[in-house]
Design a protein around this ligand. Structure first.
Ligand code: ARG
Length: 536
């Protein structure tokens, strides 16, 4: 049950009676009381009457009997203090998801590229996307996870040619180090004319369905997928083999995308390429920006595949919401893609959203790089986490929590010391709170009993716990996992204050409150995908 929503509903009735029309009750948690509403102030301004007078009228009309005490404070705030019995009875109910109209949500996240190991650039998409997928499923949505693997394009010419040089699909391959494989192919492509020519011919062969080329390509894709799934398992990411729908899976739809868009009069030929120019997009030079559907050499690129994927998800999968968890630099690409999707009439049901995010920075404030200046590989990062932390769960929890607890739109600094710290808004701090709760409950002489609120620290903890559902609802609505993460941290802080102040072991009520806190923290961490170690 959502206490905030309950209070808001009661105030809304009173406000409407005073105003003669609906008024937003703006109920917020507050330092001065349990909750506070500033609605009377805004209403008074509109009606041109003294705010405290309006506040008094609203307070007198509000049906808060048995629920809360109301007092007028300052210039006309309504301070609400919830009755202890209400807190206790709400706490007796388990945390439940916010009510939502169930929808089919397709969520596109991770999206690594074949023969390139998952690197830190894909880490945020993977972590944020997975937390959102977990939250949305818990809320009751029908969630379809899609891993838009980069498994098509001209680079496969050189990759397959490199594979052929190493002995073909049956031979021994040095694919264990996928990045090394990619770099070797790249080096040969840049320095060896013969190799470059063969690579170009190989793309043509692959795209026209040549069997041996296709088999080598498939081998590369399989190998990469296996690596990625192993990384996901290590990270506790809920993406599996069945969730891959790579760029290649849209190949047979690309010609029909061109036909459909030209049939709708959206295609313009420009310098040999087939383009769509959605309204309102111009480059730096003021020229209209194209979304390139077919390149001048006849090939299809990233935009074409994304158009096919968009149409498929909207019309075949019948999605209500289309989420793309991809870094902020691709925001123009997605805005153009969605504009074309709307112009083509594919988005009458589905609502597309680009869930952008900032970059991962090194301690120097620049993009995170290895000491030698290369991109940071995920596997190396996880190895380092294992080496630095007391257990894999702590290392992985620290990495994921550091990402999820900051606003996804901002860049964040990857700082081992800060994210592994035992105090502050960190993964280990939350994991430690859960471990401490477990050990208290294990040592207790009594079973947890019904909660009675005596001490202010108990009341503060109870009230904080009841903020779980509003926080989860906000995380879902705004696609911002940090709103839940920040709330869990508040719960852990309130628990710690309670633990310091109130002896728990001999009190069934306090053991009950402790157990209740443990359940909320576990659920919240699970929704964020943060593992909880048995002991710390
Ligand atoms: N593979 C892409 C990249 O590495 C990300 C794919 C994102 N999803 C999409 N539908 N475009 O940048």
């Amino acid at each position: 049950m959502n206490l905030e929503a309950l209070l808001a509903a009661r105030l809304a009735v009173a406000l409407e009676a005073v105003a003669g029309e609906p008024v937003d009750p703006v109920v917020r948690a507050s330092q001065h009381a349990d909750f506070q509403s500033g609605a009377a102030l805004a209403l008074a301004r509109r009606l041109g009457r003294p705010p405290r007078e309006i506040a008094a009228e609203v307070a007198a009309r509000a049906d808060l009997e048995g629920l809360a005490e109301v007092a007028i404070s300052g210039p006309g705030f309504l301070n609400l203090t919830v009755a202890d019995e209400v807190l206790v009875s709400l706490l007796a109910e388990p945390d439940s998801p916010p009510p939502v109209g169930p929808a089919r949500v397709v969520i596109d996240y991770s999206g690594p590229n074949v023969a390139k190991e998952l690197h830190v650039g894909h880490l945020r998409s993977t972590i944020i996307g997975d937390a959102l997928a977990r939250l949305l499923s818990w809320a009751g949505h029908d969630v379809v996870r899609v891993n838009h693997l980069g498994d098509w394009g001209t680079q496969f010419g050189m990759l397959i040619e490199q594979m052929a040089d190493l002995g073909g699909p049956a031979g021994e391959l040095s694919l264990g180090d996928l990045t090394g494989f990619y770099q070797q192919a790249r080096l040969k492509f840049d320095t060896d004319d013969d190799f470059r020519t063969r690579a170009r011919l190989r793309v043509v062969a692959l795209q026209s369905g040549d069997e041996p080329s296709r088999a080598m390509w498939q081998r590369l894709v399989d190998q990469s997928e296996r690596h990625f799934v192993a990384d996901y398992e290590r990270l506790g990411i809920t993406l599996g083999r069945g969730d891959f729908a790579g760029e290649s899976s849209y190949q047979d739809q690309l010609a029909s995308i061109v036909d459909e868009l030209s049939g709708k009069g959206l295609i313009v030929e420009s310098e040999g390429a087939l383009c769509v120019f959605p309204a309102g997009f111009t480059g730096r030079d003021g020229e209209p920006l194209p979304l390139i559907v077919r390149k001048s050499d006849g090939g299809f690129g990233y935009a074409a595949t994304d158009l096919a994927a968009l149409r498929h998800r909207a019309l075949d999968l019948k999605a209500d919401q289309l989420l793309y968890v991809v870094g902020a630099p691709q925001s123009t690409h997605f805005r153009m893609l969605f504009a074309v999707g709307r112009d083509a009439g594919w988005l009458t049901r589905a609502m597309p959203e680009h869930i952008g995010f900032g970059s991962v920075l090194g301690p120097d404030g620049k993009m995170l790089r290895t000491r030698s200046g290369g991109t940071v590989k995920l596997a190396d990062l996880l190895d380092e986490a294992d080496a630095r932390a007391t257990s894999p769960a702590v290392g992985i929890g620290a990495i994921k929590y550091a990402d999820l607890s900051s606003d996804r739109r901002s860049d964040y600094v990857f700082d081992w010391d800060r994210m592994l710290a035992a105090t502050g808004n960190t993964g280990p701090y939350l994991q430690y709170a859960v471990a401490r709760i477990r050990s208290v409950l294990a040592r207790a002489a009594h079973a947890p009993g019904p909660v009675v609120l005596d001490d202010p620290a108990e009341r503060r903890l109870a009230l904080t716990l009841l903020g779980f559902q509003p926080a989860a609802a906000a995380a879902i609505e705004h696609r911002e996992p940090h709103r839940l993460a920040v709330h869990l941290h508040e719960v852990a802080v309130a628990f710690s204050a309670f633990y310091e102040k109130c002896p728990i072991l001999s009190s069934p009520s306090r053991l009950g409150l402790t157990a209740r806190t443990g359940r909320t923290l576990r659920l919240g961490l699970d929704l964020l995908g943060i593992p909880v170690p048995e002991r710390m």
